[in-house]
Design a binder for this molecule. Structure first.
Ligand SMILES: Nc1nc2c(c(=O)[nH]1)N[C@@H](CN(C=O)c1ccc(C(=O)N[C@@H](CCC(=O)O)C(=O)O)cc1)CN2
Length: 294
């Protein structure tokens, strides 16, 4: 194996420590306690794990954490009423509705109901539009994490050829905008793109976010390229245990790439750390304070 393994766990832990330092400062100097509200609908086991982790990590960073768990069959009107209450609550600076939502609920209507100033997921059309326009915006957490991990390898992404494989609103599309803001040259590809392998093999930076396990193979990668794997695919083994694999065939790609993120221990680790960054930034902006130093 030749590639440098990008340690998402360490980088996320350092970021959380910096957020905690800034939270201590705004509490002390401005009597401001950033508050994060997370809404979980239903009992999807993976979502429960992620929500628990958001609660624990925001508390460890010194923030106020508010958790709202609603039943799977909650009426959309009741969920919207909760979002409206959180929009008005002065102790809440960040609102996140855990996705996916049950099929009976219109996800777009729920996201649109969140006050853009508190939209720490960066999914409201106002934030997505601002990001696309190159204006200051709250940006989705996983793409922010991808940029931080990329910059742990390359001080600047300027002029690099990047390919983003996947075009979801949560990852692919905002990641393209963040890469453009870094002055990278970006190709956006997806499952229906022709000749994905050759498009990918030209790139200095490969972001795999398609949700198809181990789809990116060694012959898709230019020697020395940096590979950021956003995929989290759960595989059940014969002994009943589950194992996580990414969208990249890790072992064979690591033999060709210059740097690569593991799954687990890569991008996933950054998602919650970046949520804390967004909550701190939202709290400072709502309180009329300058942008924090993280
Ligand atoms: N409203 C949102 N919903 C979802 C988001 C999101 O950003 N906003 N992202 C994902 C889930 N997610 C956070 O919500 C998330 C995914 C992965 C991890 C993580 O720490 N992964 C670990 C492995 C953890 C495991 O064993 O499952 C890793 O990769 O090392 C944290 C958060 C979908 N929903």
């Amino acid at each position: 194996m030749t590639a440098q393994i990008i340690d998402g766990k360490r980088i996320a832990s350092e970021l959380r420590a910096r957020v905690a330092g800034e939270v201590t400062r705004v509490k002390r100097d401005h009597e401001l306690t950033p508050g994060l509200a997370v809404v979980l609908v239903g009992h999807d086991p993976a979502s429960q794990v992620y929500v628990r982790s958001k609660h624990k990590q925001s508390q460890e960073a010194g923030m106020a954490s508010f958790e709202h768990v609603l039943p799977e069959n909650v009426a959309e009107a009741d969920l919207l009423a909760l979002v409206t209450r959180l929009n008005r609550d002065p102790l809440v600076h960040g609102i996140l509705v855990q996705l996916p939502l049950p099929k009976t609920i219109n996800t777009e209507a729920v996201i649109n109901a969140i006050d853009p100033a508190k939209d720490v997921d960066g999914l409201h059309p106002s934030n997505a539009g601002r990001l696309a326009g190159g204006f200051a915006a709250l940006s989705p957490c996983t793409p922010l994490g991808c940029i931080i991990l990329s910059k742990s390898v390359h001080a600047s992404l300027e002029g690099m050829n990047a390919i983003v494989i996947g075009r979801s609103n949560l990852v692919g599309r905002p990641l393209v905008q963040l890469l453009l803001n870094e002055n990278a040259t970006v190709t956006i590809a997806h499952s229906r793109s022709r000749d994905l392998k050759h498009l990918s093999a030209r790139a200095d930076l490969v972001y795999a976010a398609v949700g198809r396990r181990e789809m990116v193979r060694a012959d898709w990668i230019k020697p020395g390229a940096t590979v950021i794997d956003v995929g989290i695919n759960r595989l059940s083994s014969a002994d009943g245990k589950t194992r996580l694999v990414g969208d990249v065939a890790f072992a064979e790609v690591a033999a060709v790439a210059g740097a690569i993120t593991p799954v687990p221990g890569g991008v996933g680790q950054m998602t919650v750390a970046c949520l804390l960054v967004n909550t701190l930034r939202a709290a400072c902006a709502i309180a009329g304070l300058p942008k924090p130093g993280v």
